[in-house]
Design a protein. Structure first.
Length: 359
């Protein structure tokens, strides 16, 4: 037998024993070591040595943060409605020894603890508060889990409510309520828009009415100023030309027929100056005609010559006198026609017009 063979066997056994005594722990990992079934120490990340055949690795833990999603759990609210709540748990192992020896299955323990705590919390809330108080539920769950899992070597960082599913009938009722609220808000907004539109239209109409009134006022003022200037200019022209009483009386008679015009003239007062004006015009025209009558004059020279000659009226003066008489007659006829028009207008409207002459 070759004496080198035992040496080779011893070398191989030595290398195998040396390799079994070396434990390389990755970063963020932790290994629990037991010696003869009893916990001795926890290996930290890096190169570690154990006693081969005496020490063994019992549990390996990942020290990073983990996410645990529980199954939806039925929970009864304060108003006796069953809702299914799904939670998400974020935890981290801080003490590998406690996590291995204080609890048999820490994930199952955390799940059951979350369910019981959730039922206690939701049982004191109604459905509406449950749906709107997720932050409060998360805080209360985290507080209870943190106190309990601390001795297990586990730290709960966050607890989130993933979903809250009410019964289908409750969902339908909530949808109807939401739809009604939206319709209400839409109706309110539409009413506000209509109100604002009407206010703006009213303000616009008010401004338009004010501007139109101001325009009418300015137009009336300008028309009144124009009429005043026209009357003033006519008055100055009449006085500048020194019109006599006969011309004024004739112009007065010319304006009388316009008094009876118009549909609303049911009451007409004939002024007393009308008769006087007609008399003045008649006398004036009669005086002109008297001056144009034939006359016989006797003077000393004609008596010496012989019988007096009869001088006839001047044709030009006779024509003017006749025109004046015709004008006076037409004025009287216009007055009579005006009175007849007033009576007929009163008969149509059912009221008797009064024809009154002022003294």
């Amino acid at each position: 037998m070759d004496p080198a063979i035992p040496l080779i066997i011893l070398a191989v056994l030595f290398v195998a024993i040396a390799l079994s005594a070396i434990r390389i722990v990755p970063q963020a990992r932790a290994y629990n070591i037991e010696r003869f079934g009893r916990y001795t120490r926890t290996l930290n990340p890096g190169l570690n040595f154990i006693v081969p055949g005496v020490d063994r690795v019992n549990t390996k833990f990942d020290l990073r943060e983990h996410v645990f999603t529980s199954r939806p759990q039925p929970v009864i609210t304060e108003d006796n409605l069953v809702v299914n709540i799904d939670t998400v748990l974020y935890y981290q192992i801080t003490q590998p020894k406690a996590a291995a020896y204080e609890v048999a299955n820490f994930l199952q323990a955390i799940d059951q603890l979350t369910v019981t705590t959730l039922r206690n919390v939701i049982g004191s809330m109604d459905l509406e508060k449950t749906l709107t108080s997720r932050e409060e539920i998360n805080t209360r769950l985290r507080g209870v889990l943190d106190d309990t899992t601390g001795k297990w070597g586990i730290r709960v960082n966050r607890v989130e409510i993933k979903a809250i599913d009410p019964p289908p009938t409750i969902k339908e009722a909530m949808e109807k309520q939401m739809r009604a609220d939206r319709d209400k808000r839409a109706a309110i907004l539409h009413a506000e828009g209509e109100r604002q539109s009407r206010i703006l239209k009213a303000e616009g109409a008010r401004q338009q009415a004010i501007l139109e009134a101001q325009g009418d006022q300015q137009a009336a003022i300008l028309r009144a100023d124009g009429e005043a200037k026209a009357v003033e200019r006519v008055f100055q022209a009449v006085h500048a030309n020194n019109a006599d009483a006969k011309l004024l009386a004739y112009k007065y008679l010319e304006t009388l027929p316009s008094l009876a015009q118009g549909e609303g003239n049911t009451f007409w007062v004939i002024p007393g100056e009308l008769t006087e004006a007609v008399k003045n015009v008649s006398h004036a025209f009669a005086g002109d005609s008297a001056e144009t009558k034939p006359s016989t004059e006797k003077d000393g020279r004609e008596s010496e010559r012989g019988p007096a000659e009869i001088t006839g009226p001047d044709p030009a003066q006779s024509a003017s006198a006749q025109a004046a008489v015709d004008a006076a007659e037409q004025a009287e006829k216009a007055v009579a026609d005006a009175r007849d028009d007033v009576r007929r207008a009163g008969a149509r409207t059912g009221s008797v017009p009064e024809s009154r002459e002022e003294p």
